[in-house]
Design a protein around this ligand. Structure first.
Ligand SMILES: [Zn+2]
Ligand SMILES: [Zn+2]
Length: 376
């Protein structure tokens, strides 16, 4: 069996892992790399055409954005994910199956759990040809909004684990504390605060945290954000009770000349790509708080550069320390940290056997034989 790191190792984006067995090959995720001239996973046409499945951990573009490109390249298999993830995708895959309906082919066993990152997000454990492989997806056990099934007691030959925040020394609780301090400073100058958030994920969590800190401030959101909140109120599977109980009374965000005099305002466009939202953000006169990765060349990047937006991270991934703690409560023969430039492919180089394919690791019968050196 061969595992190829087609993207996502040594970089924040392009998450894509190829598992190639004797009779079956599949991908776990197929993301794009924002700001890259060639943003697609490093896969050959042959590898793409041989795929039977793509298992998605969640809908974010750095995990699912390459589906249309893969279909153009001849992918003829089935996209498998939670029903929520399939619904959230920007373009519908030609062939898709929710995990609830999915029947694995002979020889493949699939186990999954909620990863706490957003609605529909999962980790996976696969068993194929006597090997056990664990993919954490984007993973956090510390979400106030989303439920997680912690990965515990799993034995795996290989674990590909979220380590997106690398050597960040703060705990999740400390990052949240710093975020609340940052928000407090902005609110001291302006009565209202703008929060650009992804369509699915940390927005609801952020709303809950800020609402708990400032329960008297009115909450505003754009249409999509209001829909998400209505969904969360009905949901019993992906959200925590704290979110369902703790958030209500959101009003539509007025898009007029002036921002609301007081309030917490959420827009579902983390990079402020829509010109009207960038213009709106400028009217907040510096009271804009960015809470996730800022991509170059976007409205969010421009505002940040001009000192009109502050950045405080809301943790929705693992740090190295959290990833190491996860290793301590499971039994993984080999670990590959992903989603971070802090752990480049070079760092993971093992005893080379198959020099022809520098991104790949070969798992042989006699035990794991690592081989992972960078592609040139
Ligand atoms: Zn994500
Ligand atoms: Zn991600």
């Amino acid at each position: 069996m061969r595992v190829k790191f087609a993207g996502g190792v040594g970089e924040h984006g392009r998450s894509c892992f190829l598992v190639e067995g004797e009779a079956l090959s599949f991908l776990v995720d197929c993301g794009l790399m924002a700001e890259d001239e060639r943003p697609w996973p490093h896969l050959t046409p042959q590898e793409i055409q041989n795929l039977s499945y793509i298992f998605l951990t969640h809908s974010h573009a750095d995990h699912s954005g390459a589906i249309p490109w893969l279909e153009e390249q001849g992918f003829a298999g089935t996209v498998v994910a939670s029903a929520e993830t399939l619904e959230q995708l920007k373009t519908r895959p030609q062939r898709r199956s929710s995990l609830a309906e999915f029947v694995p082919p002979a020889g493949l066993a699939v186990r999954w759990g909620r990863s706490g990152h957003c609605a529909g997000s999962l980790w996976y454990q696969f068993r194929l040809e006597g090997r056990s492989l664990l993919f954490s997806g984007d993973y956090t056990e510390h979400s106030w909004a989303y439920a997680a099934d912690p990965i515990r007691g799993v034995a795996a030959d290989l674990a590909v684990l979220d380590s997106a925040y690398g050597p960040e020394p703060r705990s999740a609780g400390e990052m949240v504390r710093d975020l609340l301090t940052g928000a407090e400073e902005l609110l001291a100058h302006q009565g209202s605060l703008l929060l650009p958030v992804p369509k699915y994920g940390r927005g609801l969590e952020l709303a809950l945290l800020l609402h708990r800190a400032w329960p008297d401030l009115p909450l505003y959101g754009d249409g999509h954000f209001l829909e998400q909140l209505a969904w969360a109120a009905r949901d019993c599977r992906w959200t925590r009770e704290a979110l369902r109980e703790g958030l209500s009374g959101l009003s539509p965000l007025p898009l007029g000349d002036r921002p609301p005099a007081v309030g917490l305002c959420f827009v579902s466009d983390p990079q402020l790509r829509a010109p009207e939202l960038e213009a709106l953000a400028r009217r907040f006169a510096g009271a804009v708080l960015l809470t996730g990765t800022v991509e170059g060349g976007t409205g969010s990047a421009r505002l940040q550069k001009e000192g009109l937006a502050a950045f405080c991270r809301l943790p929705v991934h693992c740090t190295d320390r959290e990833r190491e703690a996860l290793e301590g409560v499971n039994s993984f023969d080999r670990v590959v940290p992903y989603h971070t430039p802090a752990h480049p492919l070079e760092e993971l180089a093992g005893a080379g056997e198959d020099q022809a394919d520098r991104r790949s690791m070969v798992l042989r019968d006699a035990g794991l034989k690592g081989n992972l050196t960078p592609e040139r």
